[in-house]
Design a protein around this ligand. Structure first.
Ligand code: NAD
Length: 499
């Protein structure tokens, strides 16, 4: 069995703990490799090497660090197919979707090529007699990034790009289900000129994560994953005095107004609800048509589109729309939630539970499912299903639809389809969700903005990538400097204005 180790001090090393996690090929259901789970001693070795390397890296001027990012970006682009294949074989998503995974990570690296501008400080000359005041941004030191399974390349790149460009060293802990893309990215970063030790990939599970959270040298933790774990990590990191930003799960709604272009809305729901088997934190999992007529017309458009969806392994080529879910446990959980929806009285319009794909009978496939007449008390509404299941909650009015979203625990993304500018504007202003789409189903901000949800979708301050990430991965130091030529100032014991 192939074994995946760690990337420590610029080398791929085997794990020594004797503890492993299975890495599946979700399309076949077979274990294709096993990944080592780091011991505290391995984590210590990685942190020690990172702390040493960070000193020289922080002293490397920002423009030179940006050049490494530029080369890194070129290498990611040149190796797009190789990286996409690594993503697909461990995650199961289609190759075009896997290329998108790499591409949206690459775009964050592209913004990091402009790190010197992001890292500029502030300056006030003559703030008082002979006094100049300035503020500079300095790296934190050794920081950690902890990633989920659903974007094996993109989220590691979201974490490492800004942290490294700002002069930190990073301990990256990928999801143990999809470890290979992170190791491949670390090799490319080395080839791009990143000094050994500045990026360490430590594979592991809860034990490794707890080691990171308690490690006295690690200054900050950037986490992406499910809400209960985000909340746990935020609390433990903060209790240990670390800076933490922890992004969690989601339940994203799309309002469909009676004046919306319903064909466009239906197309958008198919892509946003079923793409990547619904395993996206920005997937739309709840459609909220306003008015019975809109709801009936929407369902009428969704059903034939859903029936046309092709589910299969990524190796089957471009006409596959989406692949398997990540594990057997995920597949079983999705099927159980669908059964609970039926039991609690929702109308299961399309049932994807019995999908079998010839030659891939043991793969973790879920056919697409569509529910109508879902109500907020049902488990399928309250839980993040994280599978190819779209729920429809019918609303009587725009106000009711908006209130439904406002009352939901999660606040990652949301969307409205309408032809009316006033309604769209009102929605964007009043909804308590971090990322809003207008006639746009998955409003993931481009990499020169920042990404983050509200409510139980994010814990801590500042968002991911873009300007916020440079703030998160740096601390500000302000300097008040006085030069005495021409200034007569006696000693004073008072706290006074600088004039
Ligand atoms: P997860 O929370 O199970 O795992 C995420 C990371 O936490 C992994 O690296 C894992 O090893 C680690 N982990 C798991 N259990 C842990 C524990 N008990 N203690 C400490 N560490 C633990 O999430 P997942 O299943 O890999 O990813 C899917 C989730 O991520 C979904 O909820 C999805 O919405 C969310 N997500 C959120 C965003 C966002 O930006 N808000 C982006 C992508 C995914």
């Amino acid at each position: 069995m192939r074994e995946i180790g760690h990337w420590i001090d610029g080398k791929e090393v085997a794990g020594t703990s004797g503890r492993f996690a299975d890495v599946y090929n979700p399309a076949t259901g077979e274990v294709q490799a096993r990944v080592a789970l780091a011991t505290p001693a391995e984590l210590d070795a990685a942190v020690e090497s990172a702390a040493k390397a960070q000193i020289g890296w922080a002293a490397t001027n920002p423009q030179r660090r940006a050049r490494v990012m530029m080369k890194f970006g070129e290498l990611i682009n040149a190796n797009m197919d190789m990286l996409a294949e690594l993503v697909s074989v461990e995650h199961g998503k289609t190759l075009p979707d896997a290329r998108g995974d790499v591409q949206r990570g690459l775009e964050v690296i592209e913004v990091c090529m402009g790190a010197p501008a992001m890292l500029k400080g502030e300056y006030t000359g003559d703030a008082g007699p002979g006094i100049d005041l300035y503020a500079m941004r300095q790296p934190l030191g050794v920081v950690a990034g902890i990633a989920p399974f659903n974007f094996p390349a993109m989220i590691p790149l979201w974490k490492m790009g800004p942290a490294l460009a700002a002069g930190n060293a990073m301990i990256l802990k990928p999801s143990e289900r999809v470890p290979s893309a992170s190791i491949a990215l670390a090799k490319l970063a080395q080839e791009a000129g990143l000094p050994d030790g500045v990026l360490q990939v430590v594979n592991g599970d809860k034990e490794t994560v707890d080691g990171i959270l308690d490690h006295p040298v690690i200054q900050a933790v950037g986490f992406v994953g499910s809400t209960p774990i985000a909340q746990y990590i935020y609390a433990r990191a903060a209790a240990n005095g670390k800076r933490a930003q922890c992004f969690g799960g989601a339940k994203n709604h799309m309002i469909i107004m009676p004046d919306a272009d319903l064909d466009k809305a239906a197309d958008a729901l198919i892509g946003a609800g079923f793409g990547a088997a619904g395993e996206r934190c920005m997937a739309i999992s709840v459609a909220v048509p306003v008015g019975e007529k809109t709801a009936d017309a929407l369902i009428e458009r969704l059903v034939p589109r859903i029936e046309k969806l092709k589910v299969g392994p990524y190796t089957a080529g471009d006409d596959v729309d989406y692949g398997p879910v990540i594990t057997k446990a995920a597949q079983d959980r999705i099927n159980r939630l669908i059964a609970s929806g039926v039991d609690q009285g929702a109308d299961l319009v399309v049932d994807g539970r019995d999908l079998k794909i010839q030659g891939y009978e043991d793969g973790f496939f879920c056919g697409p499912s569509l529910f109508d007449r879902v109500t907020p008390d049902m488990e399928i509404y309250r839980e993040e299903i994280f599978g190819p299941v779209l729920s429809t909650v019918r609303a009587d009015s725009y106000e009711d639809a908006l209130q439904l979203i406002i009352d939901n625990d999660y606040g990652n993304g949301t969307s409205i389809f309408t032809a009316d500018g006033d309604t769209a504007r009102d929605f964007a202003n009043r909804v308590n969700v971090g990322m809003v789409g207008i006639n746009f189903p998955i409003p993931v901000p481009l990499s020169y903005y920042s990404f983050g949800g509200w409510k139980k979708s994010a814990f801590g301050d500042l968002n991911q990538y873009g300007p916020d990430a440079f703030r998160f991965y740096t601390k500000t130091k302000t300097v008040t400097a006085r030069w005495f030529s021409g200034i007569k100032d006696g000693a004073s014991l008072n706290f006074k204005a600088l004039d």
